[in-house]
Design a protein around this ligand. Structure first.
Ligand SMILES: Nc1ccn([C@@H]2O[C@H](COP(=O)(O)OP(=O)(O)OP(=O)(O)O)[C@@H](O)[C@H]2O)c(=O)n1
Ligand SMILES: C[C@](O)(CO)[C@H](O)COP(=O)(O)O
Length: 228
């Protein structure tokens, strides 16, 4: 079985406050996005990679890809202002409506290949799925001054990759766009069609590097070399 990976790297990394897109932060020997792209390139089931980038960073990205050769075809695509727009532009590069497409944050370098394969099986059967983990904190909802506690046994923290048949996720994006809906992930766009999305239990190691504190944790994982 094979899939196409859309890897998103067109953000700004504001919360990381590195003074530039966090994708360029060096984790030990390589920039963050190179770790993520290499991880997918090393998965035999990944047939091609669509890397979504900020057009202003194209030259720098190409230079870094030359310095760190990737053993899979890579298509570079210009992203948009919002993550959702960036995904949409990435989807335009895939022609086969039945293709299994994994949408993945460039900021998550540690997803394990076994989980990619589990997700591919699920998408083949069910058309839509994502990696997620049960939340471990108690989650409070604050509306004005009123605090309520959500039932933790029903809560999952969504990760990426999120996988779909190309036709389904493209339709979900087009509908969201037409209705000015912006979701924080891609699965939510399919959920609002009334379609079901399957959960594959992921790993707590599949972190998204978001805040400065995440860098130390990521380097520890890389030193252990247990992650991929
Ligand atoms: N317009 C955008 C915004 C985000 N992303 C990508 O989507 C992923 C998840 O987004 P996030 O972690 O929020 O990254 P940033 O948007 O860069 O971070 P911040 O929200 O802190 O600015 C990242 O790999 C980011 O590069 C993207 O391709 N295009
Ligand atoms: C898609 C995602 O990684 C799932 O947890 C998350 O919603 C992305 O959010 P961000 O604010 O764009 O990082």
């Amino acid at each position: 079985m094979t899939y196409t990976a859309i890897i998103l790297a067109a953000g700004q990394g504001k919360r990381m406050a590195a003074g530039e897109n966090k994708q360029f932060i060096h984790l030990l020997d390589k920039p963050l996005f190179i770790h993520t792209v290499s991880n997918f390139a090393e998965d035999d089931w990944c047939s091609q990679i669509v890397l979504v980038i900020n057009p202003k960073e194209r030259d720098r990205i190409k230079q870094l890809l030359n310095q760190h050769p990737i053993r899979k075809p890579i298509v570079l695509v210009n992203g948009g202002k919002e993550r959702q727009e960036s995904v949409y532009y990435g989807l335009q590069m895939i022609k086969d409506p039945n293709e299994i497409v994994f949408i993945h944050d460039g900021a998550r370098p540690f997803v394990m290949h076994e989980q990619l394969h589990e997700l591919a099986y699920v998408v083949k059967e069910r058309s839509a799925g994502l990696l997620a983990v049960p939340v471990t904190d108690t989650i409070k909802q604050k509306k004005g001054n009123e605090l309520t506690t959500l039932d933790r046994s029903t809560l999952w923290a969504a990760q990426t990759p999120q996988g779909f048949r190309k036709q389904l996720i493209t339709y979900a994006h087009e509908k969201a766009k037409a209705e000015n809906y912006i979701g924080t992930d891609d699965a939510s766009l399919v959920e609002r069609l009334g379609d079901s999305v399957a959960i594959v239990t992921g790993s707590y190691h599949n972190i998204k590097l978001t805040m400065p504190e995440d860098i130390e944790r990521a380097e520890t994982y890389l030193k252990d070399r247990k992650m991929y």
